[in-house]
Design a protein. Sequence first.
Lengths: 246, 246
Amino acid sequence: MRKLEVCFTPALLPLYDIRDSIVVIIDIFRASSSICYGIDNGAEGIIPVATVEECLQYGGSDFLLAAEREGKVVEGFDFGNSPFSYTIEKVKGKQIVLTTTNGTQALHQSLQADKIVIGSFLNKTALCDYLQGQQKSVLLLCAGWKGMFNLEDTLFAGAVVNCLREDIQNVDDAGIAAEELYLMAKDDLRDFLRKSSHSIRLEKLNIEEDICFCLQTDICTSVPILENGRLRKMTPTTISRVRRGS
Amino acid sequence: MRKLEVCFTPALLPLYDIRDSIVVIIDIFRASSSICYGIDNGAEGIIPVATVEECLQYGGSDFLLAAEREGKVVEGFDFGNSPFSYTIEKVKGKQIVLTTTNGTQALHQSLQADKIVIGSFLNKTALCDYLQGQQKSVLLLCAGWKGMFNLEDTLFAGAVVNCLREDIQNVDDAGIAAEELYLMAKDDLRDFLRKSSHSIRLEKLNIEEDICFCLQTDICTSVPILENGRLRKMTPTTISRVRRGS
């Protein structure tokens, strides 16, 4: 039976059998939001790598190198994971190599999944349309913060559960909890998140504009999907073709 | 600074530094509820052991042997973890050796904590009174289900967060989420839990009476505490003495 599960942190991923599932990587502040925005803005591809060292191996002018650790751009890199670094002007036609504290780590731990896609509030409807059209189980993988649960990733997982409810009845306890939290918070996500310890940590980084940007819904119409180690655009056309099963 | 954290499953416990904290073991259906009820009913002590084999080593008439796996009493044992096996008639003055699928495992993973106590809706106020009187950080450890998140343990953790809010401001994201879920569910816990996958699993075990029993609040006035490998009663007198710091 088709399942819809939420894994609150990559530290729990070994408990799930994802071999036949679509895994959605969620790292709202800010990796998955920036990836969605960058791909939607025409980045040719985003290559997620686990370490700063791997990132550095992609030298030369062919690649933009992006590295974030502890919420900051790693010294010497073009940029980190602020969505404002992923505008059309900066990324159109470019290849980006990206490593982040939580998001890209979560992705690398999911490599045995049937498919890996990237989700954020920015591409919520495109993502849900795609997932609805697939006859696969879905695991929503929250990147969390250093292995721990965080609220913002959970709220987005809850938003997706809420969208997919009619298609998939078999939802785990984590999915139920995430959906309830989302329903409670959805009218003012920013306000709800002010309570969160992670938000406080992020506020110290002085990225309020990034936070508000990442909480916008549906400013992107595409879904990044991992193919041959590279995230590329799956367009609405591709998505609806998949839905029709053609 | 004093912290109040919620760990959703023992699989995440290695991420927390508990050496200077009080860990509260929570396994609402049913180990922690039954332990609270048994201790309150005068059980001399409850010895939690990790495996069925260890349990069997306590032979002879001196001990009641209790073993639960997959929600059922293990064949050949006196009883499992139904609270109805922990009445005064059955347990007063007795030593019980207990092993369960999730609860006793969580306890054994917490042995480096400063103190380990047991929490359930049955002793909620006694537990919160005790925790308020201590100047320690608190980790609420949900036993979950085979390493995964479950709703009922989370709701109780949320109830405790809600009680301790004024004493401890430093609450992690998991604690915030648990409290929000509790506030949403508290008027009818049983109804809220009907949505839960774990409840469906428990319904199959035909333990509806146990479930309703375990959702009662404050029918016990004591807190079980681990001392020298044995859970024993910490009475309200002890608790208030601790609060006064005498």
